[in-house]
Design a protein around this ligand. Structure first.
Ligand code: NAD
Length: 458
């Protein structure tokens, strides 16, 4: 398997050099074809993701397919504008001239996806890469094996491998791919592997986008509407069983409303998942035994405020609330990435802000409040990838907003126009007139030339 993908990379490089992908009509054709083959294969994709996660068709549509379709449609309608030359002003010393920027595709690109939203995390970056006129190899995560197979089948049977191709495999295949030269690598996954990717890319001076993870805090202030906050937090935390990079990892709540918030969260878990969440078709399963074991070990029995039930044979972990948690607890030492929600109380907002700032920069941060002064303080003092106010996760569905991390949670961003930009080089051109050429910059340097230079250059 490894040997034959070298020829595909070569073929993509060769094809890119024919300049065909630079035509806007060509890019639109690929995107329309992608939309059409994905829609035609929805049943296959639903079946595969059910096998991997027991995820319902509803949730697959809501959290994966609809986002992909929306992104493709947006790109089809926007490429003409995005790919246009951008006219900019010219400075005085260069007059007469015109200045402009030409957006150009980077070349042959590699997208390495993660398992938790396997379609979205592999296909969305590929949509941006195609829209920007690149060729693309997608390497989905081997951990969601059925969805990886489905993507390989759907894409490889319907696309010219010189333009878009899926290469399946695990660490061995990814490591071999990373030895090759690409013009951009777009990686989604853990910070640990992000470092491996960046190191490998540096051998070829290949630029990278790294979409990583971390612990995303959720701050609930005294004045928050607790009913709405609980509704939205429960949805955001337990969708995909917490296996979401931007899920609220833990709650920091004002001590005065902690008990009320816990009661509201319990009520909402009941409302959304019923008295026995194991029977709910809305609760997906933990991806595998390794993650199940890791998550189970994070549940301290004496800290369970609600839930806590686990069933290894069913890879089931109940939506679980932990209280009386502190920052030294095991559950606070790593990104949880599962249906366990620790709740930490605070008396002073400054203390809460300091705790967050002592940890690596989060991918997301959520604030539940209508207190503008405190909200501005949080947004001003804490660095994080992006977030929402009085909501969680939903920020990433608005593709007018760039999506990405900062520091340990990643570099670069995508979605909508930002995705196009991630796969584009902006080539800047100064086009001079040949009508005349003042001799100021040429030797011999004279006092008069110096005076003129100072006037012109400021
Ligand atoms: P994963 O294990 O599926 O790994 C992601 C990719 O890295 C896979 O394609 C895998 O084959 C490859 N890989 C794994 N080990 C490798 C190695 N040693 N060398 C080369 N390649 C290797 O996914 P994961 O890392 O378990 O993903 C979970 C993490 O991803 C969490 O931290 C989560 O927050 C983060 N995440 C971030 C985003 C985002 O958009 N920022 C989205 C989803 C997940």
């Amino acid at each position: 398997m490894i040997t034959n993908f070298f020829s595909i990379i070569e073929a993509q490089r060769f094809f890119f050099n024919t300049n065909q992908t630079k035509e806007i009509s060509f890019r639109k054709k690929q995107l329309k074809q992608l939309l059409q083959v994905l829609k035609a294969n929805e049943v296959l994709m639903n079946e595969a993701i059910y096998k991997d996660f027991r995820k319902s068709a509803f949730e697959n549509y809501a959290t994966e397919l609809s986002m992909i379709y929306h992104e493709i449609n947006l790109a089809i309608h926007s490429i003409d504008a995005w790919a246009q030359r951008i006219r900019v002003g010219t400075d005085l010393p260069n007059m007469p001239a015109k200045s402009y920027i030409i957006p150009e595709p980077l070349g042959n690109t590699l997208v390495i996806g993660a398992w938790n939203y396997p379609y979205q995390l592999s296909i969305l970056p590929a949509v941006s890469a195609l829209a920007a006129g690149n060729t693309v190899i997608i390497k989905p995560s081997e951990i969601a094996w059925n969805t990886s197979n489905a993507m390989a089948k759907i894409i490889n049977e319907n696309f010219d491998e010189r333009i878009l191709h899926v290469i399946e495999g695990g660490v061995e295949e990814t490591s071999a791919l990373l030895k090759e030269k690409f013009d951009k690598i777009f990686y989604t996954g853990s910070s640990l592997v992000g470092k491996i990717v960046m190191k490998a890319a540096s051998e070829h001076l290949c630029p990278v986008v790294l979409e990583l993870g971390g612990k995303s805090p959720c701050i609930v202030l005294e004045d928050a509407n607790l009913k709405i906050a609980a509704q939205r937090i429960v949805w955001a935390k337990f969708i995909n069983s917490g296996q979401t990079c931007v899920a609220p990892d833990y709650i920091l709540v004002d001590k005065k409303i902690k008990e009320k918030l816990i009661q509201a969260l319990i009520q909402e878990i009941n409302q959304q998942y019923g008295a026995d969440p194991q029977q709910s078709e809305g609760l997906v399963r933990i991806i595998n035994l390794k993650h199940f074991g890791r998550l189970e070990s994070l549940i301290e029995q004496n800290k369970i405020a609600y839930g806590g039930k686990t069933d290894k044979s069913d890879l089931y972990i109940a939506p679980t609330l932990l209280h009386a948690v502190n920052f030294d607890d095991k559950v606070m030492q790593e990104e949880i990435f599962g249906p366990i929600l620790p709740i930490i109380e605070f008396e002073q907002l400054d203390w809460a802000i300091q705790q967050i700032k002592q940890a690596p920069k989060p991918l997301a941060l959520y604030t539940f409040t209508n207190n503008r002064r405190k909200l501005q303080k949080i947004q001003h003092e804490i660095s994080f990838g992006g977030g929402a106010v009085n909501d969680a996760i939903m920020q990433l569905t608005n593709n007018n907003l760039p999506f990405g991390g900062v520091g340990n949670s990643g570099m670069g961003n995508y979605h909508g126009k930002y995705g196009f930009e991630a796969f584009t080089h902006y080539k800047s051109i100064l086009e001079k007139s040949s009508l005349f050429e003042p001799r100021i910059k040429y030797t011999p340097y004279t006092k008069l030339k110096m005076r003129l230079l100072k006037i012109l250059m400021g």
